[in-house]
Structure formats: structure tokens, C-alpha cells
Design a protein around this ligand. Structure first.
Ligand SMILES: [Zn+2]
Length: 286
């Protein structure tokens, strides 16, 4: 079994960009928080501690099934699945965390050109779960041929009109991008970057999620590490969540050993959501 990623993996700051503010890196003690506005990675789940747990579960399940109890095996799996708690959440920045204006819909577009079949359904399902957890409405603006990249701006009127560029979720070839998928010997399943305007750094207005075209994990939400949980993890970053160490949360650096948001993830999303009140979003392009 491969070792789990080292603490702080994927937390390298992005170079300064003209279209978004990059804050100094957070202290690297304790649970690492990625710098706000930096690209951010998620390793393939099969290398993380969650998979080690799953391997143990699989052995238990197989043993019980051999004794004649598929249902018993399933019950044992559920009983031993990691459980998080509401305290297990972190934000991209300490203090008052950056967040979206929860009183306006978050627009998103999808570039599935390099994606496996079923990917658009996974995106919509992941967005639905984020919307449910935050109370924030999302609006699908359709397909896009825009390719995620580190230099993506927050304001792209030639593509999307006079408004903040929608959140872009696209599949990319790691060999043909400036996004760093390889770090410390690990290959990320996806990389995400929430973006704020130049003038206002506490409001998120855009972002992108780059899914690794070559990641071997399949579409769906059936198992930790599948494409659906990867999308949930990256959308957690897009909403303003950072990493936690608990394997019962999907915001564990490797996605934990879960297929959905855990209690801490949900509490963090709630604290970034509609219940916190409206924000005044800056004028597009400012
Ligand atoms: Zn992450």
C-alpha cells in the first residue's frame, strides 16, 4: 500500500496573478490550509489512508460473505465506516472566511470534452449536494469549450458577457496544461481554484475545477475516490473549505474514506452558506 500523502501536500502557493488575489500561505502547523486563491490538489484516493481502511473493510466483507452473509457483510461495512463530527471543518482562510454571496445563484459551465461518459450527471449531482448543504442556488449555463488553466480570469466578457465568469468544471490532459497535477510523487485526481476580484478578497466570484483526464477512477459516487466524491471535494474548495485530517470527512486531503460530505464538511458548508446572510458582490470586472 502506498504511503499517505505528507501533511501540507498540495498547498504550494500559486504565482501572483493579475486577476485574483493570492494571500500568503497559512501556517503549516496542524491542519494545513491552502492559500486562498491558490490552485489546490487532491491526490488519487487509492493512495490515501482511506483506501487502507477500505482494504480492511473489504477483507471483513469478503470473509463474512464466504460464511454466507452478504447482508451481514454490508451491515458490518456500514458499522465500521468512518464517522466524522461537526467540528471537523476548516476554511481557506482563518478569521472571516471568503465566501460567495449566498443570495445570488452561482453559475457554472462544464467542459466534458475529455470526460468519461456519465460525467455531466456527476457534476450536476455534486452541485446539487453542495446547493443542499449551503442553501445557495446554482444555475447551469450549459457546455463550454473553455479549458481550465492557471491564468483563467474572473471576468471574461468575450465568452460569458458582462458578468463574473461562471465557475468552470472541465477535464484536462495533465500533459497539456500549466496546472500542476504532479507533486511530491503523487498525481492529483483534480485541482481547483476559487477566485475573488482584485479589489475585494473576501468574496468569491468565480473559479475553476480541473479534472484529470487520466485519473483511473470511474464516474459515479459508489466508492471513495470515484469521480463523484472527487467533484464533491473540489467543489468544497470552490465554496471556501480547506483540508481537515479526519478520514470521516471528504475534505481530508485524499478525500477521506467516504463517498459524500461528512458532518464536519456539512457544518463548514453551512457556515459558508445562506444562513450567514447576503454579501455585496462587487461590480463585474472590478
Ligand atoms: Zn483538497
Amino acid at each position: 500500500m502506498d504511503p499517505s500523502p505528507p501533511p501540507g501536500w498540495g498547498d504550494a502557493p500559486a504565482p501572483p496573478r493579475p486577476d485574483s488575489r493570492v494571500l500568503p500561505p497559512a501556517p503549516r502547523s496542524g491542519v494545513p490550509d491552502p492559500p486562498f486563491g491558490a490552485t489546490h490538489e487532491r491526490p488519487r484516493l487509492r493512495r490515501g489512508p482511506g483506501l487502507q481502511l477500505l482494504a480492511a473493510f473489504a477483507v471483513i466483507a469478503i470473509g463474512l460473505t464466504a460464511l454466507g452473509g452478504g447482508l451481514v457483510a454490508l451491515q458490518r461495512f456500514v458499522a465500521t465506516a468512518p464517522r466524522g463530527n461537526a467540528d471537523e471543518h476548516a476554511f481557506l482562510r482563518q478569521g472571516i472566511p471568503p465566501r460567495w454571496n449566498p443570495c445570488a445563484p452561482i453559475h457554472y459551465v462544464v467542459n466534458p470534452g475529455l470526460a468519461p461518459l456519465g460525467s455531466i450527471e456527476d457534476v450536476h449531482e455534486a452541485v446539487r449536494r453542495v446547493s443542499s448543504a449551503t442553501g445557495i442556488a446554482f444555475e447551469y449555463d450549459g457546455l463550454s469549450d473553455e479549458i481550465p488553466g492557471r491564468a483563467r480570469g474572473t471576468y471574461l466578457p468575450s465568452l460569458y458577457g458582462d458578468r463574473w465568469a461562471p465557475l468552470l468544471i472541465g477535464w484536462v490532459d495533465p500533459q497539456r496544461t500549466d496546472i500542476a497535477f504532479e507533486r511530491n510523487g503523487h498525481t492529483a485526481a483534480a485541482v481547483a481554484a476559487p477566485l475573488s476580484p482584485v479589489a475585494v478578497d473576501d468574496v468569491l466570484v468565480s473559479g475553476w475545477v480541473a479534472m484529470n483526464q487520466h485519473d483511473p477512477n470511474p464516474p459515479g459516487f459508489a466508492h471513495p475516490g470515484d469521480q463523484g466524491p472527487v467533484l464533491l471535494h473540489e467543489l468544497g474548495h470552490i465554496m471556501g473549505l480547506g483540508h481537515v485530517a479526519a478520514v470521516g470527512e471528504i475534505m481530508e486531503p485524499s478525500g477521506g474514506a467516504v463517498t459524500d460530505f461528512g458532518p464536519g464538511d456539512l457544518e463548514g458548508l453551512r457556515l459558508l452558506g445562506l444562513g450567514q446572510g447576503c454579501l455585496v458582490a462587487p461590480e463585474p470586472g472590478s
